[in-house]
Design a protein around this ligand. Structure first.
Ligand code: AHR
Length: 340
């Protein structure tokens, strides 16, 4: 009898939680839930949902880099391997308004979970509130958002501040007597660019000056003219001795500009971020002196968490990827093993 009562109680609690979620149009955003708690309601199939029940929405921010291509592939391949019911994937072409429209279409369709890789940090409150009110959990993937954490279920991605700190440590080690350097930064207002710039400045020794910093929007095509403009203003080797570049694609664009101007990129100290095959090749060629890892292969973690949310299981609110720094000394050996 005791057992029956406790089973009944569990069923009632689950039903109440689910009901709260489905009538959430009247629900105010909840307080930020502590780590390990469940901030959103479960799906109708809870607690027995399987991947075959899952409709997952991924409004990808764009296709600006090899990192992004690998991230999209990871989500698509994992969705297929796990046999989810439907993946709704879109490409916002680096435009926040496109991501918001794609999210709204997913909310309208009543998907189970949304994974949002936000192009910029700010401006998500309205659409996150809409998802919250519809009882649809959102996992923020890759970059962060500035919105109140009570509006989304969790964040899975890299520690962008730590990546910037790691890059700064490379400059500190290489230039103990100081230097002047340039910065080619990522998309303005993105969690990746903001975090890397912050960590970099926090850890950079006072005798290393950032002479200039401009955005190349995380793309090769936009980094090339930015580097060309730098070279019209500053003399490589004399005015600046190194460059911190926020991703490998921009690094490759910058190298093209340096080579076209008759400058050997290997004469400068260049540190990039991502650890893509292109970045490894740049280390093998002698152009990059270090590459700070940023791992895009997030599909398995994201979809595993999505299923937990559907089943009403607790999830960690902040899941940071374990990353490292790569160097030229073993880049040739590791290059064939790189997955992206
Ligand atoms: O948010 C991750 C960053 O976005 C990667 O460093 C970059 O390559 C991508 O475009």
């Amino acid at each position: 009898m005791k057992i029956v009562r406790s089973v009944l109680m569990t069923v009632v609690i689950v039903a109440v939680v689910a009901a709260c979620a489905s009538t959430a149009t009247t629900t105010a955003p909840q307080e930020a839930a502590p780590s390990g708690s469940m901030p959103f309601g479960a799906a109708d199939c809870a607690p027995d949902c399987t991947y075959a029940d899952m409709t997952f929405c991924y409004p990808q921010l764009g296709a600006e880099s090899d990192w992004r291509t690998a991230n999209s592939a990871s989500i698509k391949e994992t969705a297929q391997e796990l046999g989810i019911k439907q993946l709704i994937f879109s490409d916002a072409q680096q435009k926040q308004e496109n991501q918001i429209s794609a999210m709204r279409a997913c909310i309208q369709q009543g998907v189970n979970v949304i994974g949002l890789p936000p192009v910029v940090e700010d401006g998500w409150e309205a659409v996150l509130t809409e998802a919250h009110n519809a009882g649809i959990p959102v996992i923020i993937v890759d970059r962060s958002v500035s919105a109140d954490p009570s509006l989304y279920a969790a964040h899975i991605g890299s520690d962008m501040v730590l990546e910037g700190e790691r890059a700064a440590e490379e400059f500190n080690k290489h230039f103990p007597d100081g230097a002047a350097i340039l910065e080619l930064s990522g998309t303005t207002g993105s969690g990746a660019a903001v975090g890397r710039a912050e960590g970099f400045r926090d850890k950079l020794n006072a005798n290393i000056t950032i002479l200039d910093s401009q955005t190349g929007n995380f793309t090769r095509a936009e980094a090339l003219p930015v580097m060309q403009a730098f070279l019209r203003k500053y003399e490589a080797g004399t005015d600046f001795q190194g460059i911190f570049i926020h991703n490998d694609d921009m690094g490759i664009g910058a190298i093209e500009a340096l080579k076209a101007a008759g400058i050997n990129p290997g004469d400068l100290f260049i540190v990039s971020v991502d650890g893509t095959r292109g970045g490894f090749q740049a280390m093998v060629d002698g152009w990059f002196q270090a590459d700070v890892e940023c791992n895009p292969l997030l599909g398995p973690q994201v979809l595993e968490m999505a299923l937990k949310l559907m089943n009403g299981e607790p999830v960690d609110r902040e899941v940071l990827t374990n990353e490292t720094v790569y160097y030229p000394d073993n880049a040739a050996e590791l290059l064939p093993t790189r997955k992206y």
